[in-house]
Design a protein around this ligand. Sequence first.
Ligand code: G4P
Length: 526
Amino acid sequence: MGQFSEEIKRRRTFAIISHPDAGKTTLTEKLLLFGGAIHVAGAVKSNKIKKTATSDWMEIEKQRGISVATSVMAFDYADHKINILDTPGHQDFAEDTFRTLTAVDSVIIVIDVAKGVEAQTRKLMEVCRMRKTPVIVFVNKMDRDGKDPFDLLDEIEEELHIHVRPLSWPIDMGQRFRGVYNLYEQKLNLYMPSKQYVTENVEFKDINSPELENYIDPAQAAKLREDVEMIEGVYPEFDVNTYLSGDIAPVFFGSALNNFGVKELLDCFIRIAPSPRPVQALERVVDPEEDAFSGFVFKIHANMDPNHRSCIAFVKVCSGKFERNVNYKHVRFGKMMRFSSPTAFMAQKKEVVDEAFAGDIVGLPDTGNFKIGDTLTAGEELHFKGLPSFSPEMFKYIENADPMKAKQLNKGIEQLMDEGVAQLFTNQFNGRKIIGTVGQLQFEVIQYRLLHEYGAQCRWEPLSLYKACWIESDNAEMLENFKKRKAQYMALDKEGRDVYLADSSYVLMMAQQDFPDIKFHFTSEF
Ligand code: G4P
């Protein structure tokens, strides 16, 4: 056991993910209220980004600037230190969210009871599945009419490819919503719409007892008994290990807006959610309880003020203790650096901190030393894995529109890519630069920032591509053949890896058929 064991064990670092409008911001806010981190509702603004029309991206960027403060929200609750990592609501920033998911130890997924599983949830869950991140599901808006809970659970299993196990069960919904039976704690949590919180919290071990009718009406009681019997019959008993291994997601029902079921969720969360987990580095697995500090940069947040081109690099502490003004090794540079004003984000305020432990996030003011994926250690040569690039969805050629400013343009592109704004590919055939993004918005952001921060002008040229595939093969001859045949479609990513740019799903399918020994990956890490 390491000397910081106690500190590390009490940490819970997680993200809340959802499709926009399912209630992520509302839930986050209620959690912060419990932790005393905020005192009034309406204090969390970060995700209101999505409410802005997509075309108004200047406004969005401005809000992104504001949202630095809410990038990480830390608070203490029942002897635990909770770190919530915020993820952008707008789908064009999905790549940011993917990366944030590499820095969390678990995830809460919010699902709108009326809408069920939506597109963005599906995508984000893929990343969780890939990483075997433990997931808890919160079905929100039970005060509104929605899908039948059993149907919804089936939908979650099917669409998210994960087994579920309800730990609470709703008593009706919409106008007739009476609360939930907490299967985990065997308690009846009752709800009154006018009161807007758990009005009664009754220990209730045996719902077959006629006393149940003292609390809810007979028809609802009968239905609850029937449902619970069904649950016990259909779903295996909850085993925390299957949750921790990412195989089963416990499900809670509630209403974030009415603060109903949120405390129950939080209480269960701190009991079952994992404390910081071991992290895989190229060289070895790093245990959080090791005494020596290590961490990696998972996000870089640019300052929107063009006069101060400084950023904040967000570092997830993977092991040991990080200390202010202590020398740490920037592994990619092979040089020691120390940080005089690392910040943490307690109670929504950005504060300089003297120390941080595994599980925590520290913000390091940076002027271009860091890029996403960089490792910091107490001296050891470590490279953390698990920050893959995903195939972009949109591609464009980027061209220089001001020949006098070629140098500025190249520097700008390089730095923006280091920040993770988008991905750069260089065509091996003609040397042209291709930018790949998740959404149209990024192209506008890049163009604007190149002009305002680097004084460079760019022009976009259309390029119709389907996917970027990172390729590998044990069959060197076949690989060479492939590269020759597809020379016009071969590119290098920023790290110099071979990428095949498929222009349609059909062409990709044919390539897979014709070159069976080549593996085509849609992420850069495999
Ligand atoms: P998001 O971050 O996932 O995008 O969702 P957010 O919390 O902003 O919630 C989206 C809308 O759903 C908000 O209404 C919010 O008040 C509402 N909402 C959240 N939880 C519940 C719930 O349990 N029951 C009901 N009935 N509504 C809920 P809005 O009108 O779009 O925004 P606002 O003007 O209230 O902020």
